[in-house]
Structures are given as structure tokens and as C-alpha cells.
Design a protein around this ligand. Structure first.
Ligand SMILES: N[C@@H](CCC(=O)N[C@@H](CS)C(=O)NCC(=O)O)C(=O)O
Length: 146
């Protein structure tokens, strides 16, 4: 019987004979990082710390804050809904900033949400666009005027 384990052993033996050493040996260099093409670029501790300072300050000093991406339809909808109720909205378009990835990484750490928009009203995290749209209009008005 040719078991799965035996198949793996045979394959491993075959690869060790046919695969060049260079391709089998893991390297520490950045040129052999499998998966790095698809993953979010790493954010340095310094960039994360700068993002924390910026985000915390923005939330503390502004009643309505939206962390957005300029091309994002959910963000556009949130900005339009809020703009109907107030002119004072602090918007950060993360795709237009060098520190956008760091800001998004910090926001994910802060509130657990990985998508944009991130809507804050009165220092409270509302959530994304669907969370904002779920708030009844009179309640939303009340929170914005508070
Ligand atoms: N259910 C979310 C959907 C938001 C969403 O999917 N946003 C996209 C951009 S349009 C996103 O954040 N994609 C990942 C990213 O840009 O990092 C909401 O209502 O806010």
C-alpha cells in the first residue's frame, strides 16, 4: 500500500535530488520572502508610534473624524452622510499619504477594524460605513450636535 506519508517521503527524496540547493535553502535576505508580494508592507515601530500620536490627537481634537481612502465608495457614502449634518469633519485620506499604511495599522490595533472608513464622533468609535448608516438620523444628528 502506497500511503500518503510514503508519498511525501518519496517526493521529498525526489526533490532533494532534483532541486538546486539555492532554491531549497531559506535565506534571510529580502529577495526570498515568499508571500511578501501579497501581504501588507511591514510598519516600523517608529512609524507606528508617529501614527498613534497623529490618530489619538485627531480623535481628541475633532468632534467628527473619518479615516478614509479617496477611491472607496463606502468612505464616500459616510462622508456624504456626515456632510449633510455638519461642515466640521476632519478627513484623512489614507491612500494619499505616505503614512497611510501606518495609520491604518494603528487603527486596526486601536479598534479591531481592518477596513476603511473608520468613523469617530465625539471621541467614540462608530465603526465603518454600515455601522454609520445603521444609526437612525435623529440619533446621528444628536450625536453630531452633542
Ligand atoms: N462593511 C464595510 C466595508 C468597507 C470596505 O470594504 N472598505 C474597503 C475599501 S472600499 C477596504 O477597506 N478594503 C481594505 C483596505 O483598503 O485596506 C463598511 O461598511 O465600512
Amino acid at each position: 500500500m502506497f500511503t500518503a506519508a510514503r508519498r511525501v517521503n518519496v517526493l521529498a527524496a525526489h526533490l532533494s535530488r532534483t532541486t538546486p540547493i539555492a532554491a531549497r535553502t531559506p535565506t534571510t535576505g529580502s529577495t526570498f520572502k515568499v508571500g511578501s508580494f501579497f501581504s501588507t508592507p511591514a510598519v516600523t515601530p517608529a512609524a507606528m508610534s508617529a501614527a498613534k500620536e497623529l490618530v489619538d490627537k485627531a480623535i481628541a481634537e475633532n468632534h467628527v473624524v473619518v479615516f478614509s481612502k479617496s477611491y472607496c465608495p463606502y468612505c464616500r457614502r459616510s462622508k456624504a452622510t456626515l456632510a449633510d449634518l455638519t461642515e466640521e469633519i476632519k478627513v484623512f485620506e489614507l491612500d494619499e499619504r505616505d503614512d497611510g499604511s501606518a495609520i491604518q495599522a494603528y487603527l486596526r490595533e486601536l479598534n479591531g477594524q481592518s477596513t476603511v472608513p473608520h468613523v469617530y464622533i465625539g471621541q467614540q468609535f462608530i465603526g465603518g460605513n454600515s455601522d454609520l448608516q445603521a444609526i437612525p438620523k435623529p440619533e446621528l444628528e444628536k450625536r453630531i450636535k452633542a
